[in-house]
Every structure is written in C-alpha cells, then in structure tokens.
Write a protein that binds this ligand. Structure first.
Ligand SMILES: Cc1cc2nc3c(=O)[nH]c(=O)nc-3n(C[C@H](O)[C@H](O)[C@H](O)COP(=O)(O)OP(=O)(O)OC[C@H]3O[C@@H](n4cnc5c(N)ncnc54)[C@H](O)[C@@H]3O)c2cc1C
Length: 459
C-alpha cells in the first residue's frame, strides 16, 4: 500500500473504503487483496496498526503489550500470515507456563497423573482439580454454551471447586483470554479457553490428552516483533492509505451505504468496511432508518479489557530463557517474559528485554500500579532483574475491544453485516472467538466472505 493524502483520493479507484487501519481493517484489506481487490484505508492516527504495533525505546524494540501470538500453528490469524505473507514470518515457541505461588512453582498440569502430583496445592486441592479438570476436558461445546451468561467463578462454585490456589491459577490463565477477573469472565469463554476447544476435535483425542497430557505449546513470539509484522502486512496490501484521516461520518442513501466523510472531505462509495470501535459508531453512522440507529446503539455497550505493560531493558542477561512466568501469589497476577530470549533483535547484544504485564487495576494511578508490579513478590523472586534496569518504559491501553464477559461472548456479536447494505464491521468487538489477533482475524475472514458474496450478487 502506498501512503497518499486526502486531496489525492479518487474513490472510484478502489473496490472498498476501509475506515480504521487496526488489525481488523488491515487483515480485511489483506484478504481483499488476495481476491484481486484494491482498498483505501482511512486511519485517524499518524500510523497504522491500532493497538497492534511496536516501536523503539532507545536501543530496545518493544511491542504495544506483551504480544504473544496465542495460535502460531492454527487458527485464523496464522492462516492469514501463512497464506498471504511470502515467506511466512518466523515464530519462536514458548517453553511453557510456570506459575509461582509464593515459593512454589508449577506448570499447567495437562493430565490426571500430572494433576495428582501438582506442587501448588495439597492432596485435597489436587483431587478437586483432577475432578473439575476431567469435567472440563470432556465437556462438549454445546454444553459450555449453557454457561455463557454466568461468571466462571459462579460455575466453579456450583461445581464445588473452590480451592483458592486452583482458582487463582485459573484466573492467571483465563485473564489472557477474558481480560477480566474470573468473577466477571463468562464461564463459557473461560471453559473454552481451558479446554482449548479448537484443538480437541474428537472424544478420543480429549480422553487421550486427559490421560497422557500434552506438551504442545501453540504460543510464541514473532521474529521482528509487531513492528516488523505490521509493516509486512501493510506492504502486502494492494491500494492506498491516508493517515490523520478521521472518519467523522458514514452516510447512507435509503438502505445502502453511500460514502464517508473523512478529514472534512466527502468520499462516495458503495462498499465500506468499518474497523471503528462499536462504542463510537452511533455518533458516526447517519441514517433515517430506525433499524440502523437501533442496531448501532444496541451494540455500543461493549466493554474493553485494559492492560498495563512494563518494559525493562537490562544491562545484562538475567532471566535468559523462554518461559512464561506468572506470579500468582503474592497477588495481583503478573506475567513475566524475557522477550529478547525469543527474538534477540529487540535488545542490544549481551543485554535483555523483559516484559511484565498485568491487568489494569481500576481506580489506581499508573505510578501506584507500577509500584505493585515491581513489588509484591517481584523484588523477592527476581531481585536481579530490578538491579540491572537501564531502560524502563510503561504502556497502558485497551488490549481488545470486548472483554469476554456475559453479553459479550462470541455468541453475542453482531458482525460482519449491518442493516445498511454495503457497510461491514470488523474488529475484536464485532465477531469471532479467541482473543486479540485471532479474534480480529476471524472477524476479517467473516467480513471478506460477506463482501465477496454480496459483490457477486450485485446486478
Ligand atoms: C497491551 C496489549 C497486549 C496484547 N497482547 C496480545 C497478545 O498477546 N496476543 C494477541 O493475539 N493479541 C494481543 N493484543 C490484542 C490485539 O493487538 C488487539 O486485540 C487487536 O490488535 C485489536 O484490533 P482491532 O481491529 O479490534 O482494533 P483497534 O486496534 O482498536 O483498531 C481500530 C483502528 O481504527 C482506528 N480508528 C478508530 N476510530 C476511527 C475513525 N473515526 N476514523 C478512522 N480511524 C479510526 C484506530 O485508530 C485504530 O487504528 C494485545 C493488545 C494490547 C494493547
């Protein structure tokens, strides 16, 4: 894609206008390119990618957020980058999860045998975990759906599974998917995360992994970080983009979209893809049709997940491995990864880049949260990390636009079509299961299928 300015835009040169160049908008554009279409991306910020981006802080390259690709080998996001980027990007897989509960460390038990030897609780806790673990591993998706409107904590209490250490470890795992505490996360989404529903397709496979466990980790970092990946995606798209071009209005003519106003300029078009968060859409879509305004106000309630990430550049290698470390106790949960051990290009030679991520704590200032991140056991278990800090950088943001809470599960999403013909919505609050980039990729897959189908049906 080439960058142009608004005064050079000729709308008829493009097959679709894409409002917003976040993951949803860019991946939709990438798939449209593969179908021979040209797009114009209108982005309100001075860069593309939305919350999906990376940048340099001195001689360290950080991502916005501790960006682990949660499906490297399978799923919609990996399909996109493997099929549309040539050669496909290189990933380095994680070495596993290590949960610390005070001075004990354990991985996720993946079989009954491992559960019964789990070092983080006593025998009663282990038996409880084995029972609930077996129930979750053999539960069918249809049964999980029944629990979409209750929290995971309620589900566990109803099952009598209330061992606190077990709940806290599950909280650490589910936070990555739901972005909220287990008292708020939808039980359906939490169960899907724990069972990893798109991996286990048959009863036989479930039973096998229940008994024998699995050592497969389908999570990793990408060489070149998010900065490199977004650049490659942008380069592969056919069309143009305009930065600092906020879309102020999406117009309609009867039941069809007719164009947009961006940066004060009206651009007529009959195919518009919106990657704008649903919470902003009621103020942007203009239509006399009450069906349209009802649709957008109904879907504007989505609550995002909020994270805080602390990047530490160390003047020597201290951790030096590819473990996913989670501090479960003392609370609150923090996730610690030596990012330069995956991709040495993000730190100067002989130095280390470590990321510490936490769910944002409402009502606390960034400074207070930083103190909590570096204290509460971090100084006890990783004192050497804190002694060698030469670069410190903090980020806060929404990570995904729809926390997986009741009313916002993948069963409660509106996209990709809207009541306005020719207007499609993409992004993490519109469609798709999974988290973050997977969700954005699924929404893009759905939108592209709908756009191509509707284009074919046009007279
Ligand atoms: C801290 C953090 C950690 C993360 N960790 C992971 C991870 O480990 N694994 C993972 O898979 N994902 C992760 N993600 C999530 C993933 O990056 C996001 O969920 C995904 O990028 C969101 O894409 P989106 O399309 O929904 O939206 P957005 O990024 O919100 O994109 C929307 C775009 O539209 C633009 N826009 C908005 N309004 C307008 C307007 N009126 N006119 C024009 N443009 C407009 C915005 O500027 C933006 O560019 C993380 C994100 C963060 C921030």
């Amino acid at each position: 894609m080439e960058q142009i300015t608004l005064d050079h835009v000729v709308p008829e040169d493009y097959d679709a206008l894409v409002c917003g160049g976040g993951a949803g908008g860019l991946l939709t554009s990438l798939a449209l390119t593969e179908s021979g279409k040209r797009v114009l991306v209108l982005e309100k910020q001075d860069r593309l990618g939305g919350v999906w981006h990376g940048y340099w802080v001195g001689s360290y390259r950080v991502d916005q957020g501790l960006h682990v690709i949660t499906r490297v080998k399978r799923g919609a996001f990996s399909r996109f980058i493997r099929e549309y980027l040539h050669p496909p990007p290189e990933f380095v897989l994680h070495d596993g999860w290590y949960f610390r509960v005070h001075d004990r460390v354990g991985t996720i038990p993946s079989s009954i045998g491992q559960t019964l030897r789990w070092p983080l609780t006593g025998m009663r806790g282990r038996l409880g975990l084995a029972r609930i673990g077996a129930k979750i591993k053999t539960m069918k998706l249809e049964e999980m759906k029944k629990y979409k409107d209750i929290s995971f904590l309620e589900f566990m209490e109803n099952e009598g599974a209330t061992n606190q250490v077990m709940l806290d470890v599950m909280q650490s795992a589910i936070y990555m998917a739901a972005g909220v505490p287990i008292s708020e996360a939808s039980a359906y989404e939490a169960l899907r995360t724990l069972k990893d529903t798109d991996k286990e397709s048959s009863k036989l496979q479930s039973a096998k992994s229940l008994l024998l466990g699995t050592s497969e980790y389908d999570e990793g970092y990408i060489i070149g970080g998010m900065e490199g990946l977004v650049k490659r995606v942008v380069n592969a798209i056919e069309g143009s983009y305009v930065l600092n071009a906020e879309v102020q209005a999406i117009h309609s003519n009867g039941s069809r979209v007719s164009g947009v106003t961006a940066g004060g300029r009206h651009l007529s078009h009959s195919q518009v893809v919106s990657n704008i968060p649903l919470w902003a859409m009621p103020g942007i879509v203009s239509s006399d049709d009450p069906k349209v305004s009802t649709f957008f106000s109904e879907w504007s309630h989505m609550q995002p997940t909020r994270g805080i990430t602390l990047w530490l550049g160390l003047d020597k290698v201290v951790l030096g491995d590819r473990k996913n470390r989670v501090l479960v106790h003392p609370n609150p949960n923090r996730w610690i990864v030596s990012v330069s051990s995956f991709d040495p290009t993000c730190a100067p030679e002989g130095k280390e880049l470590v990321a510490v991520a936490m769910m944002a704590i409402p009502g606390k200032s960034v400074e207070e949260q930083l103190e909590i991140m570096k204290g509460n056991g971090f100084e006890t278990y990783y004192p050497e990390v804190l002694e060698h800090v030469e670069m410190e950088h903090v980020q806060t943001s929404y990570a995904t636009r729809a926390a997986l809470i009741p009313g916002q599960t993948d069963l409660d999403r509106p996209g990709p079509r809207t009541p306005l013909r020719g207007l499609y919505i993409v992004g993490t609050d519109t469609a798709g299961s999974g988290v973050g980039l997977q969700q954005a990729a699924q929404s893009a897959e759905g939108a592209v299928a709908a756009i191509l189908e509707d284009m074919q049906a046009l007279p």
